[in-house]
Design a binder for this molecule. Sequence first.
Ligand code: ADP
Ligand code: MG
Length: 346
Amino acid sequence: MTSRTRIQLLSPRLANQIAAGEVVERPSSVIKELLENSLDSGARRIDVDVEQGGVKLLRVRDDGCGIAAEDLSLALARHATSKIRDLQDLERVMSLGFRGEALASIGSVSRLILTSRTVDASEAWQVESEGREMEARVQPAAHPIGTSVEVRDLFFNTPARRKFLRTEKTEFDHLQEIIRRLALAHFDVAFHLRHNGKVVLGLHEANDEGGRARRVGAVCGPAFLEQALPIDVERNGLRLWGWIGLPTFSRSQTDLQYFYVNGRAVRDKLVAHAVRQAYRDVLFNGRHPTFVLFFEVDPAAVDVNVHPTKHEVRFRDSRMVHDFLYGMLNRALADVRPGDPVRLED
Ligand code: ADP
Ligand code: MG
């Protein structure tokens, strides 16, 4: 047996670094947290600047509600959130975040600078996380209304974690995918992405059908849009709308599959099964369907906050959801099924 050592409280910084192990895996996980914060803040435009796949620099700037000077250092503290106050809030939380962990975790494994200005503040304020035990100093800064979070040198102080980072291209691909996925769920927000100073993505606010289709084309490629059926069906309070790729536009991977439940990206076995079934007769073995689908259901009938990083959901009536999805997709695809024996004429 090893000799007994006294029990001690972990320092806040170490506690945050341990928590970071769960939420901050790579640059794309940082981007996800920062974008979700911007979306929660009511931003209409989000600008993302990335250098070296996000390992050197990640900067997210938004025009949202901002953070008051007196709350700035608290924003970097663990378990500090403006989004819920009690258990009741937790049960009907609508924001993307609410755990109050992201900024504290990210700040403990990077050099983070948070700059923000609220509508009623005459100037902006700034805090830095690096090397401090979280009693950050608040300083005046220049910034329009909204918030910027700058994250430099991710994992500079956790070499073991840094070792797991892949090439710049791989990290950037992951990061881009996160932005695309979120951009499809928030048509009314403009997204701009630059990598090493080059514009990679410029998505304008899309408020009508044409704008939404354009965004889908920009995110999924024009070929998808040309070979996809628009769909919009509603039954028993369940609605399914979006675009489903024709069988001619299948893929060898599941990389062009976007499914949202009440606006949140979801990867779910039940959903995947329903879609697979609907495409069963029209796709060759080993081919995968393509789709951008939005499923809307009474929020009380679904739990989307099962796990902070996994995209799981729990439906109250999963059988009904499965049958609805399968039924609607199957019917939409019936018209394009080659050699379909039943052709209804009316
Ligand atoms: P959570 O999002 O779970 O509340 P975070 O650590 O991500 O926790 O953020 C902590 C708090 O900082 C948020 O609750 C919010 O009040 C504030 N905050 C973070 N990012 C922004 C932003 N871009 N705009 C406005 N407020 C923000
Ligand atoms: Mg958050």
